[in-house]
Design a protein around this ligand. Sequence first.
Ligand code: AZC
Length: 818
Amino acid sequence: MTMYSHGSNFDKEQFQRELRQVLKSQLAVIEKNATTKDWYLALGRVLSQYTSMNLLDTEAFIDGEKTRKINYLSLEFLIGRLTGNNLINLGLYEKIEEALQEMDLALSDILEEERDPALGNGGLGRLAACFMDSLASQALPAVGYGLHYEYGLFKQSFAAGRQVESPDTWREALGYPWERRRPELTQTVGFWGHVEQYSDDRGKLRKRWVPGLKVEGIAWDLPVVGYQNEITLPLRLWECHTGDPFDLARFNEGDFVGAQYPVLEASNITKVLYPNDNHEQGKTLRLMQQYFHCACSVGDILRRHLALGRELKTLPKLETIQLNDTHPVIAIPELMRLLIDDHDLSWDEAWDICTRTFAYTNHTLLPEALETWSEGLIAHLLPRHMEIIFDINHELMVKVQQQWPGDIGKMSKLSIIQEGDHRQVRMANLAVVTSYAVNGVAALHSDLVKRDLFPEFDKLYPRKLTNVTNGVTPRRWIKACNPALSSIITEKLGDGWIRELSEIEGLKAFADDKEFQQAFMTVKKANKQKLADWVEEHHGITLNTDAIFDVQIKRLHEYKRQHLNLLHILSLYHRLLNEPEFDIHPRVFIFAAKAAPGYAIAKDIIYAINRVAETVNNDQRLNDKLKVIFLPDYRVSLAELIIPAADISEQISTAGKEASGTGNMKLAMNGALTIGTMDGANVEIREEVGDDNIFIFGLKVDEVKALQARGYDSFIYYDSDPQLKACLNMLQDDTFTPERPGELISVARNLLDYGDPYLVLADFSAYCDAQCAVDKSYRDQSSWAKKAILNTALTSKFSSDRSIQDYANNIWRLSSVR
Ligand code: AZC
């Protein structure tokens, strides 16, 4: 057996032979005709042979261990490109680079050929990917369970400034080289049908679900390579295959054509990722996706457990199932059903197992993102599961009655079933009631989960609600994306920080060191140049790298307030043109964001920024002081280019709305200073870096609540602040769309007539003041360098290795973390 790690047993000539062989035998390309794309595919295939072996060996090794295993269930894993990252984690980057160079091939060009697997929307999906990296790098036994979408998150382009979506065929024509099909792991999943009672052999009355349709779940494994430790964990993605429609036709006798509809619907189950971030849509197909994902994953977990000859009652001791948001919560009634109906456990036995197996992470407080499913839909699609949910709810109501006798209000608030004309199943309530631990994703957020979202559950289940602050992997988000920074860190501290990020605190000692400041700023400048070159090449816009690179990159959402950023840009534009005394250090505002295709105002905000950018960038009077650029198709690989080049990180959500944020962490680690509200993990970033090294502004959570309770009126700000008024008027008087009057009005209307739901105007003036402070601060380059260095040095808390250790110690209770 060959373990490929540390590159210690790497044989260059053999690798070159394998590469040529794969090119010819598998891709049918002769060397002299090979394109960079062909080489990328060949390289991926050769490397994935190594990781496949490591994956199977890790599997065997883990099966032999008697420790608890983590099953991370998530509808999204936003993994980004794998080739470069896997090379680093395998310890093969330099060796392969050299081997390719000998063949006249540039690794960096080859890596650019990989299309990002975008199997997630934003923060929640990217977090899952970082967690898998940390689990593997800390050699923790784990499997990531997700869906093998045929189309990932849509590709975004702009047509005359407006977002246009197109399908993302991430696997391209020849397949994704890193994935492996695992036919032996196939699962069968039912839908629809009915529940029947029957007497078993011993005359016991039992229930079983007779589905109206069965589909197959095919497993695809992607390798999650641990950092130079010989561990490769599976990211197991399920793909839906529908069987022969004629079976169904027979089943439904008579209506031959009509009987195909469910099959047609089912054949779409893993076609596309729903493109919503922090918003649920309530579509039947989405529930089918969720159930399909859960049935395959729970089925696989039980299969593994039983194959090792283990008893069901030891399941909680040996397996834990972490639910990434409510999307996989239907796994709870699924496991109950399997234990009771298929394995003949009593209700109490099954419930005992479930309540010690599941744990749930909440990622948002936004009401529109809290999932509920119509009871009628669940009863129709998954009749046995609906029965089980009712039974779980019955027990819950008994408990609520004991705790608060006669309190109907409490019953209706806590009930899993929301009463009303169209009864709904509240997935979060089901998750909280069943899980042995429930966590929020940053200290403030977890506090609000307790205080505002689930205060009664916190009483009912003391200590169940807890916090695990998010983190990001330093392998991808420093080492891989910022090689220049990595090498100056390593020069000073050695390379232990890649595995144990707290070692990076050693940089603190060099924060005042002029030479190191210079080195740090030289790296930053080079990264800005790299981004500028890319922007010039792809978008034909020249960026001045002496300018402050001010970055807001994340999904487009009103609560994230890209339009607050826009208003500030308008105020700079207005002042530069109208106030002769007014001057600023040159600034480049960089945006990147996708809007959910159905989210009209978010798309209007993108359009407004693009139109403003066009005018501002071409206004000669500004003397290059101001540039605005909205880069299309935000994705992991674009983030990897932008983040190392950022001076300022925009984290300006309405306080209480951003659960954590993780881009804020990546940017701070790479030496960008945060301008942000007291929201999500910004609060903890401030704690770590200190007030001098961050720009905090705006209303705090309690002030937001108080203002809203008093009755918020955005016109008060509009009428009393001439600066703000001028900005909003520019949106309304067609300054930026002279040829198309009224086109930017919706953004202004949203903030005025429609009540400004996220208090943009209330925070405008504080935001402008904070931006002034940024401008002033940047003029002292040495002091700025110090602040930037301290951001890199003092944000090690936000390594996902630390998050995973918190989960391991406080939630999963793994005996040995290392
Ligand atoms: C996001 C949160 O909005 C973000 O603040 C957090 O950092 C991230 O999860 C990871 O915890 N939430 C989502 O993406 N949520 C949904 C339902 O899409």
